[in-house]
Design a protein around this ligand. Structure first.
Ligand SMILES: NC(=O)c1ccc[n+]([C@@H]2O[C@H](COP(=O)([O-])OP(=O)(O)OC[C@H]3O[C@@H](n4cnc5c(N)ncnc54)[C@H](OP(=O)(O)O)[C@@H]3O)[C@@H](O)[C@H]2O)c1
Length: 282
């Protein structure tokens, strides 16, 4: 039933290009929101230990009546658990919170180059263990800059399957995306509509009117045509539905270029800078 294309990762696994993100969804609302998303047809859920709602994601998957194997679930390592033994323990906890014996994709959430002696390499080697024992079907990173990716390439054996980074029309993040493209690392674009911050842009609203779609649909379609993976978040069923209806239009070259031209570089960044971010949950 799903019209969502799959992207083949560098480990031959396939990820649905469109999913549903659950950052900032309260645990008490998560089972219902994910249940609704699955009902609409989403088959890819993006959570994280730091979102505090893995348990409810697992509950929604079980309550849906769908086969576990039909749903692609990603989670991420907490910033508090980068040391190898802590990472092993955290991954066990993630699986037990989800109530699964594997995740489809597990990521290092942030590189934290100013913490843990800057040693995200040892952390990555622990993720290689999870991949090796089959409990993480794919492994990847999030918020890694080019120098972080280069270091993994020179000091470890596995190229991350994905790098999940902030990307939207105001922050194209082109250098990191193109490093990924050249090295077989798929880009996942987080905050794809900049948490709503790009939806009133006159270029976006003009194109939306011309193609008969909403601003959110135009922006999400732009990501899809660029080949990135997206998982917009919403707790509003009508928006969840809207964000899923992206496969009956094709933006023309001029529209694609006009949206790409909105890039503000670093001024467009809405989240923390990966080189500096050092938040560790207590
Ligand atoms: N790896 C990382 O460090 C990182 C960081 C941030 C996000 N992420 C991931 O990326 C996912 C998406 O990013 P995000 O949640 O930050 O932001 P987002 O998806 O760009 O935007 C979500 C916001 O936009 C609103 N919205 C959703 N659809 C809309 C529509 N069609 N029209 C108007 N408003 C709409 C939502 O409101 P309502 O919910 O009220 O409808 C919510 O406030 C997260 O859930 C998470 O999975 C990862």
């Amino acid at each position: 039933m799903s019209t969502v294309p799959g992207i083949t990762l560098n480990d031959s696994n396939t990820i649905p290009q469109l999913g549903f993100g659950v950052f900032q969804i309260e645990p008490k609302n998560t089972t219902e929101a994910v249940g609704e998303a699955l009902e609409i047809g989403y088959r890819h859920i993006d959570t994280a230990e730091m979102y505090g709602n893995e348990r409810e994601v697992g509950e929604a998957v079980r309550a849906s009546g769908l086969d576990r194997s039909d749903i692609f679930v990603t989670s991420k390592l907490s910033n508090a658990s980068h040391e190898p033994d802590a990472a092993r323990e955290a991954f066990d906890t993630t699986l037990s919170e989800l109530g699964f014996d594997y995740v489809d994709l597990f990521l290092i959430h942030w590189p934290l180059p100013t913490l843990y002696g800057g040693d995200y390499v040892s952390t990555w080697k622990v993720l290689e263990e999870f991949h090796g024992d089959g409990r993480a079907r794919s492994i990847g990173v999030s918020n890694f800059q080019i120098e972080h990716l280069k270091r993994l390439a020179s000091e470890t054996d596995t190229v991350p399957a994905v790098n999940q980074i902030e990307v939207h029309p105001y922050l194209a993040n082109e250098a990191v995306r193109s490093y990924g493209r050249e090295h077989g690392i798929a880009t996942e674009a987080w905050s794809p509509i900049a948490q709503g911050g790009v939806l009133e842009d006159p270029t976006i609203t003009r194109i939306a009117e011309e193609v008969g779609k909403t601003p959110a649909q135009v922006v999400l379609r732009w990501h899809i045509q660029r080949g990135d993976i997206v998982f917009p978040k919403s707790v509003t069923p009508s928006r969840m539905r809207e964000n899923f209806e992206l496969f009956d239009i094709e933006l023309g070259t001029e529209d694609m270029e006009a949206i790409s031209a909105l890039d503000r570089g670093e001024d467009g960044r809405t989240g923390p800078h990966p080189d500096k971010f050092d938040h560790v949950p207590s």
